[in-house]
Structures are given as C-alpha cells and as structure tokens.
Design a protein around this ligand. Structure first.
Ligand code: ADP
Ligand code: MG
Length: 731
C-alpha cells in the first residue's frame, strides 16, 4: 500500500514553468518598505524551506539525483535513500532551532492537521540523541478517528496513514519541521483533499501529453497544472471581533443593520492602506517569503476593511499547500496586530463578500503555456484544441464545477450580484469569441477576408490580455493566457475545485486523443473535431453581464444548470455520470465519492445548526435583555415625568414603548420559532437533513434577523450589546 500511495503523491511537478521575472517589480503592488528592504528579502525568501538549494547543498550527489528522479517520475524511493534525506532534513532543521517534526496533511475539515513528535531518542547510557529516520519521513500513522471519513473507515479500524509527498517541500513553521503528506485510510482510500488533487494532476498530464504528441511535441515529458489563487479577506478590530459571538463561533455576522455608509463611494478600493494593516501586511509578507510563498500583490478590495493578496503562480500541488499556509498565517498574524482576519465568504450581509480567484493554466516542462495562443498556425491549432476541450468539459460538467465550490458560506455570495452567479458560463472575450463564431458558422473571420479560418493552417490574430477586455461578472473567464475560475469561496481549500477542473478537462482530452490518434488526415479531422465541439457546446459561452436578471432567463433557455445552493449542488455529486467520470480516471473511487458526499452534506447541516444556535443565544441573552433595559428606562422616565406634573407630555415615551414592546414581543416569538424548527431536525438521510436546514432552518434564521436588525435601528446606542456594522467596517 505504501508504494501505491507513494506513487500517488510523487507525481506532481517541480518545474516552475514559465515563472515570471523578478517577483516584485511590476503590478499594482505597494511595496511597503524603504531602504535595505530588497536585499533582505532575497535572504529571507525560502529560508524556512528544505528546497532545491538546501537539498543540493546537504545531500550527497547520488542521493540528490535519486530523490529528484523520484520526484519527477513518481517512483518508489529506496529506504536507504529516505534515511539519508531524513537525516539531512533533521540536521538542517536543528540548525534552525527545531526540535520536533510533524506530518502535515489536509483532512476533510478544510484546515490542515499536524501531530508533533520530537527528534529525541534515548540512548542506552541514559543520554539522548536527535534522530529522524527515513521511515518516519516517509510514513506516519496518525489516529484517523477524529477526522471526517464519511463512512469509509469503521471505528474499529481507526488507523490512518500519512505518506510523504516529496513534490511539495518540507518547511519549518512555528519551530516545527512540517512534512507535506497525503492522508489515507488503512485500506488506502483518500481521507484528505490532496490525494485526489495529485491524482488529477497525473491524469491531465497523461492526456495532455497524448494531445501534444499529435502536434509533434514529443520533446515534452511532463505537463503541469499551474495555479495562482487571489485571496480576499477582511481585517477588523480584534476587540470588535471578540465582542461578537457570531463572528467568534461562525466567522460571519448573523445580525447587523445596514450602516448609513456602505461601499457605494468606492473610496476603499485601491485607497491608502491603514498603518496597522500595513504592519500586518509587512509581517505577513516576511513570513510568507520565508516559507517560499511568492506573495506579490496586495491591495484594498471593494468593501470597506476588505483586502486581497495574490501570489505568483506555481504548480497546483504547491499552490494548494501555499494557500492553506497563507490563510493560516493571515489569521495568526492579524491577532498580533490587534486585528482579526475574516476568511468567511460573507462576513457582512449587504457588503461584498470574499472569494478566491482561481487563476489556472497548463504548462509543459519545456516552458510552454498551453493556454497561450502562440504565433504559428500549428501552435494556434493546438491552443484551439485545448480551448475547445475546456469549453466542452465545462459545459458537460457544469454541475461538478458548481458543486466543487459549494459550501454554506459561498451560498451567500454566488448569485448575489457581486460575485459570479450560480450559473456556470465561460467568457472568451471579443477576439476569441469572434474566432469561435467564425469556426462555428464556417464564416469568414473578419480579419481574414480571403478565406475562412482553417485550423492548423491559419494564424490567429493577437488576443489582447489587458484588463479592459475582462468581464468581471463571469464565473469562468479567459484572461489572455489562462482561465480565472472566480466562484471559489475565500475560506475553501483550492484542492477540490482544481481536482474537478483537471479531471473534466483530462476526460475530454482523452476523448480527443482517442479520436485523432488514428487519423490519416490530421488537419482535416482536427478541423471537423474543433467545429463539431464548438457547435455542440457553444451554449456555455457567454460574454454578457452575468449579474443581469435576463441572463438567468437566457441561461435557462440554453439549458444551462442553475444550482442555487449547496444542497442542490451537492446532490449531483453522486449522479452516475459524475461517479463514472471520477472513478474511471482513478481520481476518486466510488466509495470515496460517496464518502465525500456524506461529509460535505453533514458539514453543511452542522454549520447551519451552529449558526442557528448562535442566533438563538445572542437574541435571547444579549438582544432581548438590552431591549428590556431600554424599555425599562423609558418607562421610568415616563413615570418620573408624570410624578412631577401631569402637564409634561409623555407621548414620545409611550409611542416608543409601544413600538419597542411590539418588536421585543415579535423577537421573542421568532426565537421560539427558530428553536422549535431546530428541535425538529431529525431526518432519515444526510441529504434530507441538509435539505431541512436549507429550506426550513435558514428561512427561520432570516425572519429572526429581520426583527433583531430593526430593533438595532431603534434602540439607543449605549444599550446595544455588540458593535454595529458601522463600528466594525469603519473602525
Ligand atoms: P491580473 O491583472 O488579473 O492581476 P496577473 O497576470 O497579475 O493578472 O495574474 C493574476 C493571478 O494569476 C496571479 O496570482 C498570477 O500569478 C496568476 N497567473 C498568471 N499567469 C498564470 C498561469 N499561467 N497559470 C496560473 N496562474 C497564473
Ligand atoms: Mg481579484
């Protein structure tokens, strides 16, 4: 089993394909510091990573070569070599003051997990030595019983395995040597987010190589999936955070009236960054750079108190690890600056939420970006074939893509006219759109008056890459030489959506390769295939405004799926077509698909349950008493006035008392209704339970909120028990 897992994990890629030049020159970045900063960064960068340089410096030549070969080919690493690598890693770590190591993995909880062991080993003379064996490096056995498994593992067999993933470098975090690993059950089923991602990277590599060979690109030995996730987040005052139980328990505000000022003036976006936020960003950059994470751009986002961080892209495996680390560091470092970092998709109702723009492409180990249109007819033809493969994949598996970004937080965002809608469509831009139209209709392309475009013969016109051409409302936009999948939620791991993306594209590439490999007239068959594919799948291409209500109608006419919430979306995971796709490519076994389905639905129900309970608690213990205090003070004031003289008018107090008492009464009723809705949440299946929370509990929560928020607008400020939206967002 070890060997199998090892093969699974050892196949992502190291080549930093097409990596951009010096990493902090161009861009909308603020480089926040003055003199002496630049030279410092190059020393800092990667200093906490056992990277290529560290390996080269510390491993015997033969070992280094063997390790590299393992990484590139995915073959099993000899035990004796693992011992040498482990020892060198340990020595490197000890020099940096490290005493412990951990297998670092990404279970289905969505956050990373670690269990620390020290290097200490007793000697017969009573002293100790610091040891770290190849066995400890390659395999760990954490108790798997406390991680979600969706029925995959019986409780009597609680053991799980972690297997070293040598394709993502070991690093030091909080004084501990962290070894990136995949996490599996005793019988080899994936219990984590990384294993399926690594499998999908292998699948797309295999199929893309077949396509490249058809175009004569036989020198390519590896195709890498590249990823650059832009991370959005909110930073708020720590004291505000602490005084709101809803933020503490659920990551979002469950109550809160709209403040007089929102984001309408756009004065936050690209505005000056606050000093404590700058200090936060500086420290974050330092820590990220130490871990070899190429944090590059940072700026304010649309909403007040919202910001974004974009890294330079790298391969999908490493990018996933880096994004998890980035989120973890953001939270930790914020606290040091008396701030709280909110990664929730929708911390504040009525204010823009946060996403994670998933920029992705596929590149060869020879440095070619396969989504770069290229200059020659053959390069263009190859590009078009990859492009139409993506179009077909996205059209055919809209449901899978949609569900890959579904969680209870993202439900507030998708379709809320600030983020992509829940309907998947592809934006190609004017130029590329016109080319696709020309091929589809067999029409002449306007710049090629003499003939219509023949793929593999004609050269494509240049496709602009600048921002002006970008459609910001599209969930899936072509941006010149990559796609940007914008539906991913800010709190999610990018592993899931990327696993799906790679698998669906690989599926179509396989189909194309099967069809073209036997062809006797390649150019002609290619032309037919591209045209056919466009004709069958062009309904998914939409260059218009995705936020417009007309699009919902139009999309329905086109037969596009519109899965409005997490539960509707997740239900599709176990459709025969999807299970077949995922299991045929070996990305998830059938059992693994069913286990994820259970875990995701259960997580949804549990999360909504926590939100509802938090609302009941806040409304009962904080809001209601505050309102009662106010009511009591008003009544006292009225009686005191009456005691002085019957002449003093008390109509104001009386009117306010009537209004407040009615609202308080209504609040009490709504609390009771939500409470009893929760009490009835017993269901037969996980799906039914999730549906119950979606269709019954959420509406009851919304009703309670309306009353509470109205009370917030009429109760005196000094009575109100927690900071308001205005307090938090404009601190
Ligand atoms: P923008 O104008 O949208 O900011 P950038 O080119 O700066 O465009 O890229 C935005 C994000 O996309 C960055 O995180 C970047 O690293 C990533 N990116 C750029 N090229 C690729 C690629 N080929 N594959 C994956 N991600 C990429
Ligand atoms: Mg952005």
């Amino acid at each position: 089993m070890e060997i199998i897992i090892f093969r699974i994990v050892a196949m992502a890629l190291q080549t930093k394909v097409g990596r951009a030049a010096p990493f902090f020159c161009r861009h909308k970045t603020n480089l926040l510091r003055g003199d002496g900063f630049m030279s410092n960064v190059s020393e800092l960068y990667g200093s906490m990573v056992f990277n290529e340089t560290a390996m080269k410096n510390r491993l015997p030549k033969d070992t280094y070569k063997a390790l590299k070969k393992t990484i590139e080919s995915g073959q099993y690493l000899d035990d004796s070599i693992a011992d040498v690598v482990a020892n060198a890693m340990k020595d490197w770590a000890i020099e940096k003051g490290v005493t412990h190591f951990t297998h670092w993995f990404q279970p289905m909880t969505g956050i990373t997990a670690e269990k620390h062991d020290s290097f200490i080993s007793p000697k017969s003379d009573g002293s100790i030595i610091m040891e770290f064996s190849g066995k400890e490096l390659v395999k760990g056995e954490p108790d798997a019983s406390s991680f979600p498994n969706g029925g995959l593992r019986d409780t009597y067999e609680a053991r799980g395995y972690t297997a070293w993933d040598p394709t993502s470098f070991a690093f030091i975090k909080d004084g501990v040597l962290c070894i990136p690993t995949a996490f599996c059950s005793y019988s080899g089923e994936a219990l984590d987010k990384k294993t399926p991602l690594l499998r999908s990277m292998d699948v797309i590599n295999k199929q893309a190589l077949r396509i490249l060979a058809l175009f004569g690109n036989t020198g390519v030995s590896k195709v890498t999936s590249t990823m650059g996730p832009e991370q959005e987040y909110f930073l708020i005052d720590k004291a505000h955070y602490n005084s709101r139980k809803d933020l503490v328990y659920t990551g979002r505000t469950l109550f809160g009236a709209k403040p007089p000022k929102g984001q309408e003036l756009d004065d936050h976006y690209f505005g000056a960054i606050r000093p404590n936020v700058i200090a936060f960003m500086e420290e974050l950059n330092d820590e990220l750079w130490k871990l070899g994470i190429l944090a590059k751009t940072q700026h304010n986002e649309v909403a007040p108190a919202q910001h974004e961080l974009a890294p330079i892209f790298t391969n999908a495996n490493v990018a996933t690890d880096h994004n998890q680390l980035t989120m973890e560091l953001m939270k930790k470092i914020a606290v040091k600056h008396d701030l709280a970092c909110l990664l929730h998709e929708k911390p504040f109702a009525g204010v823009n939420g946060s996403g994670k723009h998933n920029n992705w492409s596929i590149s060869t180990n020879t440095g070619l970006n396969l989504l770069e249109p290229g200059d020659s007819p053959m390069e263009n033809a190859q590009f078009l074939l990859f492009l139409v493969a993506i179009i077909k994949a996205v059209d055919k598996y809209q449901d899978l893509l949609r569900l890959s970004v579904a969680n209870h937080g993202n439900d507030h965002r998708l379709g809320a006219n600030e983020a992509p809608p829940a309907i998947i469509s592809i934006f190609l831009g004017e130029e590329l759109g016109a080319i696709i139209d020309a091929i589809d209709g067999g029409k002449e392309y306007n710049q090629k008056a003499a003939e219509r475009m023949t793929i593999g013969v004609d050269v494509l016109p240049k496709i602009p890459k600048d921002n002006t051409d970008r459609n910001r409302t599209s969930p899936f936009a072509f941006t010149g030489n990559k796609f940007e999948f914008r539906m991913v939620g800010s709190s999610s791991s990018i592993a899931g959506p990327n696993t799906i993306l790679k698998t669906i594209v690989a599926e179509v590439l396989e189909e194309f390769a099967d069809r073209l490999e036997g062809s006797s007239n390649f150019t002609e068959d290619l032309n037919v295939l591209v045209k056919e594919t466009i004709q069958a799948h062009k309904r998914i291409v939409f260059n218009g405004n995705n936020y417009s209500p007309d699009w919902v109608v139009e999309a329905e006419k086109r037969g596009l799926s519109n899965l409005k919430n997490t539960v509707e979306a997740l239900a599709k995971l176990v459709d025969d077509k999807n299970v077949a796709l995922l299991s045929n490519h070996g990305v998830y076994t059938k059992d693994e698909v069913h286990s994820r389905y259970e875990i995701l639905l259960e997580t949804y129900a549990k999360s909504i349950n926590i939100e509802a309970l938090t609302m009941v608690e806040i409304a009962t213990k904080e809001i209601l008493p505050a309102v009662m205090d106010y009511i009591s003070d008003l009544s006292k004031a009225a009686s005191q006035k009456k005691a002085v003289s019957a002449e003093i008018p008390v109509a104001l107090e009386e009117k306010m008392l009537v209004k407040l008492s009615k609202l308080a009464d209504n609040l009490y009723t709504k609390i009771g209704e939500l409470d009893s809705t929760l009490a009835n949440a017993e269901c037969e299946s996980t799906l039914e339970e999730a549906e119950y929370f979606c269709l019954k509990v959420i509406p009851a929560m919304e009703e309670l909120r309306i009353v509470a928020d109205e009370l917030e607008t009429v109760v005196g400020k000094k009575y109100w028990p927690y900071p308001t939206y205005g307090d938090i967002l404009f601190y």
